[in-house]
Design a protein around this ligand. Sequence first.
Ligand code: GDP
Length: 395
Amino acid sequence: MGRRKKIVQECETLMDKPENIRNIAIAAHVDHGKTTLTDNLLAGAGMIADEGEATKLMMDTEEDEQERGITIDAANVSMTHEYEDTNHLINLIDTPGHVDFGGDVTRAMRAVDGALVVVDAVEGAMPQTETVLRQALREGVKPALFINKVDRLISELQEGPEEMQERLLSVIHDVNELIRGMTEDMDDVEDWTVSVEGGTVAFGSALYKWGVSMPSMQRTGMDFGDIMELERADKRQELHERTPLSNVVLDMVCEHFPNPVDAQPRRIPRIWRGDADSDLAEEMRVVNEDGEVVFMVTDISMDPHAGEIATGRVFSGTLEKGQELYVSGTAGKNRLQSVGLFMGGEREEVEHVPAGNIAAVTGLKDAIAGSTVSSVEMTPFESIEHISEPVITKS
Ligand code: GDP
């Protein structure tokens, strides 16, 4: 079976198993390595080709595009990853990097349950690190930390083991201080902090594609000493092969980020201001795929073939083609023309998308980023001004 077919088949099976889904974002201060890490994860999960295979993948894609009118959308990618003999569907949403897009970052965070925060080992936590952490915690999104560019500490700054350890611990300390400051109002502050022993911190080099965490050290038998030796000897390919970054990070995602069933009971009271005693609240908390439809739109994009695409999180119910749904802040209903999922970097139409997934749909002509779309009238996730929007985007 071709790679694409296999991905599609795996994603279609996994979308019906919320326990196996992880909805995540990667967030970072500019230049700390978000893009390089994302490419790594996609290549590691077999979603984009490694060097040498690029041409083949491109041809695959072109053929498919002609056949089915699909498009690559780098902002949303899904990948599958096998962890402890179980296949997982990992939906990765891009968060805009710039501070000015604060509102969009918050919205993207609303769709996910875990945020992988990337911090440059040389620069340490920076203002945007604080901003993205704040946005994640406000949305009840669990953080994990990836300390990037560790190769620079070893090869460029020539740090010894103690110096390096001190520096890495101070990055972790700073990040945890930020987290503690932001979670004072929660009863379970330590649940949100990150730790090496707890497996929620990984280190490595996105550029040279190697990584390490406490669990990975136990699995591969490679410790920091081995890593320093290989990095100093310029044996980066060997380092990558023996402890590949994508495995280290995707294992961490599967093990430590909550699936939708674990996340939604905690998150719904935090992100939705409606009646907590209502049936609808309960349906969202338990990720009821048979409940009323609740779909929070996080992004609208244009597809040259399909037109306007609304991407977002299905918190309850199941999206199906032909459904007539309310769009918050507007009168009347919109009819879903198609329902899709991201598989790899491409949107693929499917019959239905149940609660717990990130869906991409067409037909919601009145929806904008931030709209709550539902089968019953409800308190929206956010109230938005609709007044000028159609003039800007739809004329
Ligand atoms: P983003 O702005 O967070 O998406 O950062 P990028 O992924 O674009 O990386 C910014 C710069 O840092 C680029 O020049 C990368 O090549 C470089 N970079 C990323 N990761 C590493 C790393 O692990 N080690 C080193 N030495 N450079 C890196």
